[in-house]
Design a protein. Sequence first.
Lengths: 504, 164
Amino acid sequence: MIPMVNPALRVLPEIILTLFGILVMLADAVMAKASSRKPLGWLAVLGALAALAASLWQNRLPAGDAFYGVVRTDAFSVFFHVLIAGIVLASLLIALDAVSDTTEGLGELFALILFGAVGMMFMTSAVELLLVFIALEISSISTYIMAGFRRKSAKGPESALKYFLLGSFATAFFLYGIALVFGATGTTRIPEIASAIAAGHTPAIIYIGLAMLIVGLGFKVSAAPFHVWTPDVYEGAPSPVVALMSTAPKAAAFAVLLRIVYGAFPLLHDHWTPILWWLAVLSMTIGNLGALRQRNVKRLLAYSSIAHAGYLLVAFAALSADGIAAASFYAVAYAIMNVGIFAVISHAGGYEDRLTLIDDYRGLAWRSPLLGGVMAFFLISLIGIPFTGGFFGKFYVFVAALHSGLIWLAIIGLVNSGIAAWYYLRVATAIYSRPSESSPVHSLPRPSLALLLALVITVSGTLILGIFPGGVLSSARAAAATYTSVSPVPSSSGTSAADTTAQH
Amino acid sequence: MHLALFLIFGALCVAGALNLLLQRHPINSALSLIVVMSSLAVLYLLLGAEFLAAAQVIVYSGAIMVLFTFVIMLLNAGREERTRGSKMAYVIGFPGAAVLLALLADIFITHSGEFHRVHAGEYVVSTAALSGVLFRDLLLPFEVTSILILIAILGAVALARKEH
C-alpha cells in the first residue's frame, strides 16, 4: 500500500517555477522603465535553483500518481526534472551574460524561460495525454515567442513565424493522434491505454494514432524528415534562447516519446520500432550531411542537433531497458555539451550575434585561451572522443543497439560519427588558427560571473559524464526500470473514479 | 430524423471548412468559420452533449468569432494576394492529405465491426457528469491551461510592444 502523499508535493518543482515566473513578471511591471532588468534574471536563477532542489527532493517520494492519475512522480520523471532544471539554470546564466542593461523585453524573457520550464517539466511527469498536450503547448509557445525576441534583426521574426507555423502543424498531428488513440481505446491515460491494448480487440485506427503521435513528437525533437525548421530558427533566435530550446524542450519531448512508446504502446513495438529505426537513420544521415555544407556556426550546430536526435533515436529502436537508459543518458550528455557550446557562442557573439560564420571564429583561442579552449572541448565532446560525456553517450547507445541485434543501425551510426568529426574539427581548426587583423574576435567582451558559472556547470558536467559516468548511468537505469515492470493491469490509485465517469 | 440531421449538418460543416480555405477575403473566411462552428454545435447536440453544444455556440460562434472579426477590421485586412503556393504543398501536402484520408476511410469502413456502436440520441451527457470530468479527473490539466494563457498574453505583449 502506497502511503498518501500530498498531491501538491508531486508537482512541487512546477509550482515553484510558476510562482517565480509570476514574481519576475510582476516585478518587471512595477520596476522603473530605465532600471536594469538583470536582477530579475538572478531572481529567475534562484527560482531554477529552488526547482532543481525540489526535483531532487522528489526522489524521496514513493513513486505514484496524483490528481486522479494525471501526473506520476517516479525515478523517470525525477531524472528528467533534474535535467530540465539544470538546463534552465545554465540558460538563464548564459542569458544574463549575453544581454546588456538596455536589451528589450528582458523581464519577459526571464519569465518566459521559467514558464516554459513548467511545461517541459509537466511533459516528463504527465501520464495523461491531455496534460502532455497542454504541457507541450506551454513549452512550444514559450519557445516560439522567445525565438522572435530579436525584433530588430530581420531573421528574428522570420524564425519565430516559421517555428510557430511548423510547430502548430506538428501540434495538430499530435492532437489528432490523441483523438484517434482515444477513439480506439476509450482513454487518454497512458497506463490505461496499455491495458486496453493488452485486453485485445483494439480497432486498427490505433496504428494511425500512434504514427501521428510519433510524427508530432518527431517535429519537436527535430528528427528528419521533420527537421526543416531547425536551421532557420536557430539562426534567427538569440543564442541564449537557442541554448535552451535546442536542449530542454527536446529532452522533454524525448521523455514523452519514451513514456508513450514504452508506457502506452509496449505491445505494439513491432509497429513502432521500424518507424523509429528509419527516423534514426534519416536524422543521423541528413543531419550530418547537411552540417558538412554549412558556413554559419549556428546553422551547423542546428544540423548537428538533428544528427544527435538521430543517435538518441537509435537507443529508442533498441528495445530493452538498456535502450531507455542509454536514451536518458544521451539526453543528459547532449544537453550539457550543447548548452556549453552555446554559452561560448552567446558570449563571443553577444545577444545580437556579432559572430556568425565559421571564419568569424578564426583566432578565438588566440584572443581568449579560456573561451577557445572551452569551445574546442565541447566540440571534442560532440564528436564523441573519450573522457567527455559525448563519448559515453554514444557508447551506451550503440552498445544498446548491438545488444538488440540492430547491427546495421549501429554501423550507420558509427559511420555518421566519423562524418561528424570532420565538420566539428573544421570549427576547432578555425578557433586555433592565427587571427587576421580584421577578425571580429578582437572585440570580445569580458567574461562575467554568470558566464563563468555556466561554463563551470557545463564543463564539469561533461567531464564527470566522461570520466565517472556511473552516477548518472545508475539514475538512468533506475528511470528505465520504471518501464520494465509495465503491467497490463490499470494503475491502482485514483483512477477508479475516472473509470466510472468515463464509462457513462 | 437523427440521420438526416447528421448528414445535413455534417455536409454543411465540411462545406464551410472548404469554403474557409478557398475564400480570399479574410471576412468571408471568418463567416465560413461561423458555419463550421455552428454545424459542429448541432452535431454535439445529436450526440447528446447539450451543454457542450450550448458552450460551442456561445464561446466559439459568439465570443471568439466576434474577436476574429474585430481583429480583421482593426487590421483592415484586405484581399489575400494570390500566390502560386509552395511547391512542397503540391508535391507532398495534397497527396499526403489524400493518402491519410483514404487510409482513415478504409479503416473506418473495413473495420467498422470493431467499434462500439451507439445510436444518436441514446446518451445524454449531463452537465454534472461533464463538470466531474473537467473539475475533478482533469483538474490539473484544466488549471495548467491558465499558465498557457498567461504565456500567450505575455508573448503578445512582448512581441507587439513599440520599440523605444
